[in-house]
Design a protein around this ligand. Structure first.
Ligand code: DAH
Length: 360
């Protein structure tokens, strides 16, 4: 700087301030704010220090006052620019890039709900839990021994044909009793339970089972059962009837009646099929009950002494001279179909949300 008249001072200071403004406008990060501060206000190398040092020194005494005033104004301006830059945060461009449209509707998370089969299964279990039954589980991949042999289906017995299933490949070298298959019923857990504990036993066993059944409106190769087993001294067929009659009323309403027909299961003797009065027509006769007024619902019977004999191999207390018991097996899908008026069993497994959403 050579001239120190008012006009020259104005021009010189305006130029420096213009530069300070330009640089401040380009600040886009916290690091840039700090760099700006050092560059302009730094004690040793800052531009303002430089200006005050060099210009003030060079100015003739009569110009020093005018120069000092302008210098103070410049300093205030730069400090203001710095303050603005500090508070400014991200640049307009950065803000625009991460802008969200708050007028868009949010993402709605669907609330989970129990599958109708799980719901029905829990309902059945809780009816028996109320009678003092506990809950047991067993493996879905079961041995031939537990699924069939100890349930009194000897190898080659024709009753096995009614429960064909998938067997695990490559087990030819194992003895037949150890070969693995997908269980066809939850009855094997009767034996697994008895082997683990002496009588008394009161247990319900919910679970998935598999059968080589052609799929149709009421059959699915995968379905669910709830097995029941009660063993104690002096358990009679009356106990069985009373228990199941109570359970059917608890599940379908107190006006439901039950009746028992002779049947056959290898693991019970005598065995029975249980019918309930038609819940759709109240017993008058309709299409659902084929005009009979009754619907067949489950199998049951008194535990066969041959089954106790298998249990006694591990737990001698299962001596059929001293104890007796009853067992029953319920199809969960069948009960759910009746309760909810569903006519296609496949709906339970198709995963169609329009169907499942009705149970949420
Ligand atoms: N396990 C039989 C089935 O899958 C159902 C059954 C019937 C179970 C009678 C029982 C019973 O415990 O006593 O067809």
């Amino acid at each position: 700087m050579t001239a120190f008249d008012e006009a020259a001072l104005d021009q010189a200071f305006a130029q420096v301030e213009g530069q300070a403004r330009e640089e401040a406008a380009a600040i886009a990060s916290d690091e840039a704010v700090e760099a700006y501060r050092l560059r302009w206000l730094g004690r040793k190398q800052g531009r303002l220090n430089d200006v005050s040092g060099r210009w003030l020194k060079a100015a003739p005494p009569e110009a020093k006052k005018a120069l000092g005033l302008r210098f103070n104004a410049l300093k205030t301006a730069v400090e203001g620019l710095l303050d603005t830059a500090k508070g400014a945060g991200p640049s307009d461009a950065a803000l625009a890039a991460e802008a969200i449209d708050i007028s868009l509707p949010g993402t709605r998370r669907l609330t989970g709900a129990e599958h109708p089969i799980t719901k029905t299964l829990n309902e059945i279990v809780s009816v028996f839990a109320g009678l003092g039954y506990s809950v047991g589980v067993g493996p879905e991949v079961e041995t031939d021994y537990y699924n069939f042999e100890c349930m009194n289906f000897p190898p080659g017995h024709p009753a096995r044909d009614t429960q064909d299933t998938l067997v695990i490949a490559g087990q030819d070298r194992k003895p037949q009793r150890d070969r693995l298959l997908l269980r066809t019923h939850t009855s094997p857990v009767q034996m697994r339970t008895m082997e683990m504990q002496p009588p008394p036993v009161r247990i319900v066993i919910p679970g998935k089972v598999h059968r080589n059944d052609a799929a149709d409106a009421t059959h699915s190769p995968i379905f669910h059962q709830v097995e029941g087993l009660c063993v104690d001294t002096n358990i009679t067929f009356s106990d069985l009837k009373g228990t199941l009659d109570y359970a059917m009323k608890a599940l379908f309403g107190s006006s439901v009646k039950t009746r028992f027909f002779p049947s056959f299961f290898p693991f019970t003797e005598p065995s029975a099929d249980v019918q309930i009065s038609c819940i759709f027509c109240g017993g008058k006769g309709c299409r659902k009950c084929k005009q009979s007024g009754w619907i067949e619902l489950l199998g049951c019977g008194m535990v066969d002494p041959a089954v106790f004999a298998f249990a006694a191999e591990k737990q001698p207390a299962y001596d059929s001279k001293k104890i007796s018991g009853f067992a029953f097996g319920l199809g969960v899908e069948r009960i759910a179909m009746m309760k909810y008026g569903i006519s296609e069993i496949g709906q339970f497994f198709a995963g169609d949300m329009r169907f499942l959403g009705q149970f949420a």
